[in-house]
Design a protein around this ligand. Structure first.
Ligand SMILES: Nc1ncnc2c1ncn2[C@@H]1O[C@H](COP(=O)(O)OP(=O)(O)OP(=O)(O)O)[C@@H](O)[C@H]1O
Ligand SMILES: [Mg+2]
Length: 320
């Protein structure tokens, strides 16, 4: 197993008398897209600010790429690209001028005149066509993309993105997701926070879930789901939506002798919701029984995605 690129150990933080993080520990493997999930006020931004060397924690340590953020903040800053949740806007600068300014501050231009780094980043983030546009006149989605372009200038190994898709419309969200997948393909590790689960479920392989400053689950999504299925009776029953050409009564008849079937009921948009025991193998058996009974099945999908099931199970919906 490779060294984790992020190691958060027993992290606690208080703002004055208010204790907002309690003994949080988790690790991120290199190359992962890691989702940091939690309701408003859970402590995501606080954790991210510690990871990004901007906040000294009350207790605990964070290692980024093997370096302690408190002892080697300069080196850590070179290996991370941090995008805050609400970044300020620079007036009167064009997209290119904005990126050249940050390229100069990050000292990544050759001889102070060769801005090929900026060209590369404009290309990657699909902003090349907008290079002369003034930053204050850009849409939110485009500004978000520009923020991402900015943190890529010094080619960091690890991107730390605080709610990168908040305020984005559906198209801009999809584009952001595709860009993150492209960055992963380029070998970057991406740590991103969000409370929009569907957004994370599409891209993340691992997650940490925070609630009221405490870590409630962390690790690869499949591993958490498997572990919870063993511990929690409510997860032993899985629900899937089936799209079939047959009426519900005929499906009921076809499955009358199937022991794994716990329930059948009408679902939204003409679907049938099947509750069943067991895992994938059991579901495959049930679908096979339907096909053998000549029920035409043309879609089977989980009623909720894995991440939503995990989240609902481990959090109680309390706000801090
Ligand atoms: N500078 C501060 N001073 C005092 N309290 C703060 C400060 N920053 C955050 N808090 C409090 O710390 C808690 C955690 O806040 P944090 O911003 O880390 O949560 P979050 O998970 O990022 O929430 P959100 O989803 O709303 O961004 C909240 O109760 C918040 O009110
Ligand atoms: Mg936040």
């Amino acid at each position: 197993m490779s060294e984790p690129i992020v190691r958060v150990q027993n992290l606690s933080h208080s703002y004055g008398p208010f204790s907002v993080l309690h003994d949080v520990s988790f690790e991120v493997e290199p190359g992962a897209i890691f989702g940091f999930i939690g309701p408003n006020g859970a402590g995501k931004t606080t954790t991210i600010r510690v990871m990004s060397t901007l906040l000294e924690p009350s207790q605990g340590t964070v290692f980024i790429d093997g370096r302690d953020v408190a002892l080697a903040p300069e080196a850590v800053r070179r290996s991370i690209g941090y995008m805050p949740d609400h970044a300020g806007v620079y007036e009167r600068l064009s997209v290119r001028e904005y990126l050249e300014f940050f390229a100069d501050s990050a000292d990544v231009t050759r001889d102070g005149t060769d801005y090929s780094v900026v060209d590369g980043v404009l290309e990657l983030t699909d902003l090349a066509k907008l290079e002369d546009k003034l930053v204050p006149t850009m849409s939110k989605g485009m500004k978000q993309r520009l923020q991402l372009a900015r943190v890529l200038l010094h080619d960091p190994k690890l991107l730390i993105l605080d709610e990168p898709a908040s305020d984005l419309d559906p198209r801009a969200r999809i584009e952001m997701r595709d860009l993150l997948l492209e960055l992963k393909r380029m070998g970057k590790t991406i740590f991103l926070s969000s409370h929009i689960l569907s957004e994370l479920a599409d891209v993340c392989t691992s997650v940490a879930i925070l609630e009221k400053g405490r870590l409630v689950a962390a690790g690869p999504i499949e591993e958490i789901a498997r572990k919870m299925a063993g511990e929690s009776p409510s997860l032993e029953c899985r629900r899937v939506r089936i799209k079939t050409l047959e009426p519900l009564d005929r499906v009921r008849g076809a499955l009358a002798d199937e022991k794994g079937v716990l329930g059948l009921e009408p679902g939204p948009q003409g679907t049938i919701v099947l509750s069943h025991a067991g895992g994938d193998a059991e579901l495959a058996r049930i679908v096979r029984a339907l096909v053998l009974a000549e029920c035409g099945i043309f879609n089977v999908e989980p009623e909720r995605n894995e991440l939503e099931r995990i989240f609902l199970e481990v959090t109680r919906g309390d706000l801090q």
